[in-house]
Design a protein around this ligand. Structure first.
Ligand SMILES: *[C@@H]1O[C@H](CO)[C@@H](O)[C@H](O)[C@H]1NC(C)=O
Ligand SMILES: *[C@@H]1O[C@H](CO)[C@@H](O)[C@H](O)[C@H]1NC(C)=O
Ligand SMILES: *[C@@H]1O[C@H](CO)[C@@H](O)[C@H](O)[C@H]1NC(C)=O
Length: 360
């Protein structure tokens, strides 16, 4: 049922994380001119010479109108969080975070997150300096409709700070065959998650399971239109398909559909074939409500790696020195334990001291 292993490995080897499904940072703002695609410099192999819908559909940042519409019309779901404290990390978190992207394994905490619309837990591997808390991350993920969210099982969340890992320049990515979304905390908002999740849908939800965006059906739809849905979507058929997922979902949830939302004047006729073929193929997944389907849900990760336990769980209790202070008035903040064979004995309300434990 999953993508063949060879294919997954080929992707992993050929592409740095970030290369598949990377959404560039919102600061990349070159727009409008259909002949000047920021992602398609001269000589690149962009689809249709990089021609794209202009003005663009606005999903670029966390304050974009597309994100606002997702926030308004995609309900969040409640969830429970439980932290792993067993010195293990899913192999796929370890591979991407530590081996590929060179973060420090000891800086990650692993959580099960169980959403109210799916009894199988998801896993969040979070860098300790990620500005978004595990709860904030889970809330964002919970907006992704379960019918497509079930295509994933792991979310790997990095710090946003360049100083934590000067060599990491990625934003948000997925390795669709592995059901993992990988990226910076700042990229964890609805629109990029829909984009990445659509890559997983592309790989896993169309029979035969390969990559629907590679099929003649999809390529013909793009060719018939003559335009890509977005500048980034022009980079490849897979990226165009992933960006189409955002438009199709918005069309399904927004009152009056995509045309009513897209009042900036984008000519949707220019991508009509792509919208139509996308909807005819996987459109039924792009709707809210329901629960996860065991036959579709990407399995919970069972291949694990040993990792150092977080410092807080291994730190031994601090003990006071022999005959040192181990307690006192309410303002006392020093150690309160004594090493053997001493025990903490109160001498008066202001002072307790480590003295040899009396023989029984
Ligand atoms: C996480 O979920 C898995 C799969 O259901 C379960 O086996 C494991 O005990 C859970 N761990 C925690 C810490 O909740
Ligand atoms: C970061 O990149 C530099 C230059 O390529 C390299 O020398 C260094 O080893 C890298 N650091 C890590 C942690 O990979
Ligand atoms: C919209 O695009 C279609 C297809 O390219 C074109 O035929 C039509 O004239 C355009 N409409 C407007 C108002 O520009």
């Amino acid at each position: 049922m999953a993508v063949s292993k060879t294919f997954v490995l080929a992707l992993a080897a050929a592409l740095a994380p970030g290369a598949l499904g990377r959404v560039l940072p919102p600061s990349d703002t070159l727009r409008i001119n259909a002949d000047s695609n920021p992602y398609c410099p001269a000589g690149s192999t962009c689809v249709l010479d990089g021609k794209f819908l202009a003005p663009e559909l606005d999903f670029a940042s966390e304050s974009s109108s597309g994100e606002a519409a997702f926030k308004q019309y995609l309900p969040t779901h409640t969830f429970t969080v439980s932290q792993w404290n067993n010195g293990k990390m899913p192999e796929r978190c370890y591979y991407w975070a530590v081996e590929a992207d060179k973060w420090n394994a000891a800086d990650f905490t692993v959580y099960n997150v169980t959403f109210s619309d799916c009894s199988t837990p998801y896993v969040v591997c979070r860098h300790k300096n990620a500005p978004k808390t595990v709860s904030e991350i889970a809330t964002v993920i919970s907006r992704v409709p379960i019918k497509i969210r079930q295509a994933n099982s792991i979310y790997l969340v990095y710090s946003d700070s360049q100083s934590d890992n000067p060599n990491y320049t990625g934003y948000l990515a997925t390795l669709a065959g592995d059901g993992i979304v990988i990226g910076r905390s700042t990229a964890y908002f609805t629109a990029p998650l829909i984009h990445e999740t659509t890559h997983d849908v592309d790989y896993r939800f169309v029979t035969p399971e390969t990559s629907f965006s590679d099929s003649a059906t999809w390529r013909n739809a793009v060719a018939a239109d003559g335009y890509n849905i977005s500048p980034y979507g022009a980079v490849s058929y897979a990226e165009g398909f992933a960006d189409t997922g955002k438009a199709v979902l918005l069309d399904a949830i927004y009152p009056g559909g995509l045309a009513a939302w897209s009042t900036a004047g984008a000519n949707l006729t220019q991508v009509a074939n792509q919208l139509r073929v996308f909807k005819a193929t996987v459109g039924s997944y792009y709707t809210t409500g329901g629960t996860c389907d065991p036959a579709k849900k990407f399995p919970f990760p069972t291949v694990l790696r040993d990792v150092p336990l977080p410092a807080t769980t291994t730190r031994p209790p601090v003990t006071a020195t022999p005959y040192g202070q181990c307690g006192g008035w309410s303002t006392y903040t020093g150690p309160t334990a004594c090493g053997t064979p001493y025990s903490c004995t109160s001498l008066n309300p202001y002072y307790s001291q480590c003295v040899p434990t009396p023989a029984p």
